[in-house]
Design a protein around this ligand. Structure first.
Ligand code: NAP
Length: 430
């Protein structure tokens, strides 16, 4: 639907701008650009694995911000001639926001791809605060016309500051806090587009931009709430980075695994089972077999819920999308806050490829980079079985003490293979 909408928007904008005018060389340039863009977009999307979606979305978001920046630079000459100060301020605001969103989203792309950016944490946080101050103070001075420089010069200076802020703002973001930043960057691109729409008096751009900007900022606020952070902390880089990991308390975990037979027996004797999906479910593409296992359990009279953490996976709503793909009915999904107080009513919790979202370090270890993040309190359930391939840490890179709790057992396997085997065994049990 988005694709159809974009096609309509592009076609009508092109027709609209040439209507009544001569069809000149610009039309050919536009068609060539649209052709190249379509070909590149299709190639990138075809190549991307399902699990690479979050970084691809970030990259596309960067392109939106980059467009706003380029539009600003190109239009600065004309807007200067128009001598309309309000239009000039709108142009500069759109540029600075677009620039920050462009570089910020590229850094987010790298971080989501699992690439490490090795930098001095303290230095980057200082630079982030410094550029944030500049991002606030300088445009104000420019707006008040304190400097007597031309608009294109102002545009270049503010664009460069926006670019730097995007980099310094996203680099220090710790693992568990990336979701907030991703939705904020998304929202910034929307705002930059809306500002460009005001400049061009283009209702479609204004409406689209405001829609993305408003939805993005609402999502950001919800993510902030889910992560127990304030929006100001996000903007000023007051996040704990992975660098502080070293201070975290190291614990010896008593890890106990169970056989598939024991696991299926536990399932068969349970009255109420909770499934906690995480990023590993997406990696294994185990959503369909998970839904089949759920149906087998239900056919044996077991009540099954899916317990969803707002930042599970690698993009907002990742688990909801995966489960919807496997036709899991919406009524079966429970939000973390809805069930956290009644965890002890679950006879068995099955944690599938989730790690950070059930990590008690978020509640207990003040030095942990995820400290303060609300988690699914899986440790309160009667029994917990965790399905993961080995003892790798989650995205935030933190040891998970849940795996060593007395009520927790591990099934070390790929989620899809394990769930498939469990489903076959469970069907055999009368
Ligand atoms: P997680 O903490 O990243 O842990 C995922 C676990 O899945 C890993 O420990 C891995 O362990 C396991 N795994 C990977 N492949 C698997 C497979 N084929 N089969 C079974 N297990 C597999 O995931 P999470 O608990 O969902 O937490 C999400 C994290 O990502 C949070 O820190 C969140 O802040 C961050 N994040 C979220 C978003 C968002 O918008 N949702 C965006 C950016 C970052 P093994 O390798 O040992 O199997």
């Amino acid at each position: 639907m988005a694709g159809i909408g974009m096609t309509l928007a592009i076609v009508s904008t092109v027709i609209g701008s040439f209507y009544g005018n001569d069809w000149n060389i610009n039309l050919i340039l536009i068609l060539v650009a649209v052709g190249i863009g379509t070909w590149l977009g299709k190639k990138m999307s075809d190549r991307a694995e399902m699990t690479e979606m979050p970084q691809l979305v970030s990259l596309f978001n960067a392109l939106g911000g980059g467009c706003a920046l380029l539009l600003g630079i190109i239009e600065s000459q004309q807007v200067q001639n128009a001598d309309d100060r309000i239009a000039q301020i709108v142009l500069l605001a759109g540029m600075i926001i677009g620039a920050a969103s462009f570089t910020g989203s590229i850094v987010a792309y790298y971080k989501l791809s699992g690439k490490k950016i090795d930098v001095n944490g303290t230095l980057i946080v200082v630079l982030s605060r410094l550029t944030l101050t500049t991002v606030i103070v300088l445009p104000t001075l420019v707006t008040l016309q304190v400097f007597q420089i031309s608009l294109p010069a102002e545009a270049i200076i503010l664009g460069a500051i926006g670019l730097s802020y995007g980099v310094f703002f996203v680099i220090p973001i710790g693992g568990a806090d990336m979701p907030v930043v991703i939705s904020l960057l998304n929202s910034l691109t929307g705002v930059a587009t809306a500002l460009a729409g005001i400049l061009y008096v283009n209702v479609l751009m204004i409406a689209g931009g405001i829609l993305v900007g408003a939805a993005g900022i609402l999502l950001t606020l919800m993510m902030c709430k889910a992560m127990n952070r304030s929006l100001w902390n996000v903007l000023s880089g007051k996040f704990k980075s992975g660098k502080q990991l070293g201070n975290s308390t190291a614990v010896e975990l008593d890890i106990r695994s169970i056989t598939m037979g024991e696991f299926t027996t536990q399932m068969a004797f349970a009255n109420k089972v909770g499934i906690i999906p995480g990023y590993g479910l997406a990696v294994a593409q185990a959503q369909h077999i998970c839904s089949q296992l759920d149906k087998t359990l239900e056919s044996k009279g077991v009540e099954v819920h899916y317990i969803i953490h707002p930042v599970a996976g690698r993009m907002p709503g990742h688990m909801n999308v995966l489960l919807a793909e496997a036709d899991v009915p919406y009524e079966k999904l429970r939000e973390m806050d809805e069930v956290n107080h009644e965890m002890n009513t679950y006879d068995l919790l099955i944690v599938i490829g989730a790690n950070d979202v059930v990590n008690p370090a978020a509640e207990k270890d003040e030095n942990s980079p995820i400290y303060g993040m609300p988690i699914i309190k899986a440790y309160n359930a009667k029994q917990v079985v965790v399905i993961k391939r080995g003892m790798s840490k989650g995205y935030a890179g933190v040891e998970n003490s849940l795996f060593g709790e007395a009520n927790c057992r591990m099934v070390f396997a790929d989620a899809k293979a394990a769930l498939n085997e469990a489903n076959i065994e469970l069907k055999r049990i009368a």
